[in-house]
Write a protein that binds this ligand. Sequence first.
Ligand SMILES: Nc1ncnc2c1ncn2[C@@H]1O[C@H](COP(=O)(O)OP(=O)(O)O)[C@@H](O)[C@H]1O
Ligand code: SF4
Ligand SMILES: [Mg+2]
Length: 372
Amino acid sequence: MSEETTITKADAVPSPRDGASGEALLEVTGLTKHFPIHAGFPIKHKVGAVQAVDGIDLTIHTGESFGLVGESGCGKSTTGRLITRLLEPTGGRISYRGRDITRATRKELMPIRSEIQMIFQDPYSSLNPRQTVGTIIGGPMEINDINPAGGREQRVRELLETVGLNPEHYNRFPHEFSGGQRQRIGVARALALEPKLIVADEPVSALDVSIQAQVVNLLRKVQEETGIAFLFIAHDLAIVRHFTQRVAVMYLGKIVEVGDRDSIYNRPRHPYTHALLSAVPEVNIDGADRERIRLAGDVPSPINPPSGCRFRTRCWKARDLCASQEPPLIQLGGNQDGHLTACHFPEEPTIAARGEDIVLDPALAAIEGTAQ
Ligand SMILES: Nc1ncnc2c1ncn2[C@@H]1O[C@H](COP(=O)(O)OP(=O)(O)O)[C@@H](O)[C@H]1O
Ligand code: SF4
Ligand SMILES: [Mg+2]
């Protein structure tokens, strides 16, 4: 039935690369978050659920930089919040350094709270405007009773320097800084407790394009120098390209493709990954037959996702099988170890393979005069 028949180990764990030790730091299996929807008066009852995250498996190795990409509404932030235990999962398992923390209580989480930190998307709202930079960065050390040699203030000044800010600005307030500088404060705050994992949720999306590269470079430098593992969440494949060793592509609560960075960028198999990549100008930049895939419409509602393959309502290759059977996330023939794809009719393992343009949005096609 499928054009692709070669199936190898479904549970293959993608191989770690430079900088990563190979030891699983965080392992997530079947992770699920359904937000209940309530209606009715005076007594509310559950009428449905937003299937924000629906059974995902992920492994982040010690020291590894891992990218999670997908359009807005695909469940990336929810995944990040589940991993940092800011949200309670509906199902699945989260294991950190071999310990099951899925249902760990606040108290049980205490010893590892400081080891997993988060950098938020919005540097404006994620910093307390009434606290000085010194308090914002040093506060977590106080709460966790961490007393660095030389004192906390000294450590905060060092951290300010690490993130490219003036240590003399210790007593300033967030409003005295630009957006890029505020995100640097957020980075310094995340670093203060010497975490083992940082979940960075679209840390540059709220910043001016001219500032984005600077903050990405800072994060990359921090990652390389400290060996802290990163889960870097982005909607844009261009941003994670230079930063991550492995990438997972998420669509409507599911991981549809995962693999080593080069494998994902050079040999994507899932149509959705192809579509996302076609929006990245630097990929196949000098290809004579440059691809143009435009995704029509928005991500469907996660309250009532399409049956079978969730991408089928926007996929140009969809057939009957796609509606009746959910494609498993597996390694396909031609893919390297650990590159897994969930598609019944995957693309050829090279972006150069397709000569013709695929323009899915008829309005766009008409505007550009490419309608057939
Ligand atoms: N607290 C919540 N209650 C109900 N629905 C939510 C909540 N948080 C997120 N969602 C929904 O879950 C889906 C995934 O959201 P999110 O994880 O923020 O996606 P992303 O970060 O990829 O944009 C969206 O449809 C969003 O509206
Ligand atoms: S399973 Fe079918 S609908 Fe889904 S991505 Fe593959 S071809 Fe498209
Ligand atoms: Mg988000």
